[in-house]
Design a protein around this ligand. Structure first.
Ligand SMILES: C[S@@+](CC[C@H](N)C(=O)[O-])C[C@H]1O[C@@H](n2cnc3c(N)ncnc32)[C@H](O)[C@@H]1O
Length: 298
């Protein structure tokens, strides 16, 4: 089984994080903060590499630096993945008003970071795309939600070991690039993790394929978007919340929304590059080549 070991680690992360959150939080039924903290640690590890320390370095920061580091992780990720960061916003929106994050919650965030670090989350994500994709957020959402809520939501995910077998059986050879893989009841995307691993095992690159993940639950959709970044699914992505059984062209709405987010990103990045070049000019840095200026405004 190619990802038996990572899935054991992911289960351990979910158990440890849930225990830490429920032991320390004054609002243990909130899911966004523990899920968002674990997603942020995964992205932070991908950006900065894995720490060899026995404790999580982020967890050692004081309140101001910790909340800033978490926020900056999403800001840096936004530069490369604006659409997925937007879809994942339930996982990081609570960081926007950091004054509203109580000191008790900061302590609980530290406990979650340490628990995830100890249980091995960084090992699951530290070498992007050379470790098997595993749905750590899916295990965590299942562990955090009360059993009755899971039943009500029908939120029982296909075990990765089963998904691996299904992927191997349905994909004996590498599919042609450009093929679309879709899951209209994707949950946090775990079934597609097996597809990602199968494509890589066959020598392919998941970024050369199209991916569509839909779910009725906004938090599951946010986790699927974060997973898509961590797993390197590329730019041909559509992730959205919809009732897949309800009438209406949900896909068209999602395509429009993605185009708006990407246009906004282009505008902001162009303005930022222009501002940087103007700053260089006003500081008298004559080495800034005219061609770079032209590129910035093009
Ligand atoms: C059994 S889970 C399967 C998740 C994933 N496909 C897997 O195999 O691991 C079912 C998912 O369907 C979602 N769901 C249920 N009804 C839905 C609907 N009408 N439209 C979209 N998603 C729905 C639930 O939120 C849940 O995440």
């Amino acid at each position: 089984m190619p990802n038996a070991q990572p899935s054991i680690t992911a289960r351990n992360v979910a158990t440890a994080v849930t225990a830490a959150w429920q032991r320390t939080s004054n609002n243990p039924s909130t899911l966004e903060i523990p899920l968002g903290t674990v997603a942020t640690l995964a992205l932070h590890t991908q950006i900065n590499g894995r720490s060899e320390h026995s404790t999580c370095p982020l967890g050692q920061l004081d309140r101001t630096d910790l909340l800033r580091a978490l926020t900056e992780t999403w800001a840096r990720t936004w530069l490369d993945h604006p659409y997925l960061v937007q879809i994942a916003s339930p996982l990081h929106r609570w960081l926007d008003a950091d004054a509203d994050v109580s000191d008790e919650t900061v302590r609980a965030i530290r406990a979650v970071l340490d628990a995830a670090h100890h249980a091995g989350l960084p090992r699951l994500v530290d070498r992007p795309h050379s470790v098997p994709a595993v749905d750590a957020l899916g295990f965590l959402v299942t562990e955090l939600r009360p059993a009755r809520a899971l039943q009500h939501l029908g939120e029982f995910y296909t075990p990765p070991e089963v998904a691996d077998v299904m992927a191997a059986l349905t994909m004996p050879e590498l599919p042609s690039p450009g093929r679309l893989f879709a899951d209209p009841t994707a949950g946090t995307g775990g079934l597609l993790a097996a597809t990602v691993n199968r494509i890589r095992a066959l020598g392919g690159d998941p970024a050369h394929y199209g991916w569509e993940l839909v779910d009725i639950n906004h938090l599951s959709v946010a986790c699927a978007a974060a997973n898509a970044i961590v797993w390197g699914l590329g730019d041909h992505m559509l992730v959205y919340r919809a009732d897949s059984l309800a009438p209406g062209d949900h896909r068209a709405d999602a395509v429009t929304m993605r185009a708006q987010v990407l246009e906004h990103h282009r505008t902001v990045v162009r303005a930022a590059r222009l501002a940087a070049l103007l700053t260089l000019r006003t500081q008298g840095d004559v080495s800034a080549p005219a061609t770079a200026f032209a590129a910035a405004v093009s």
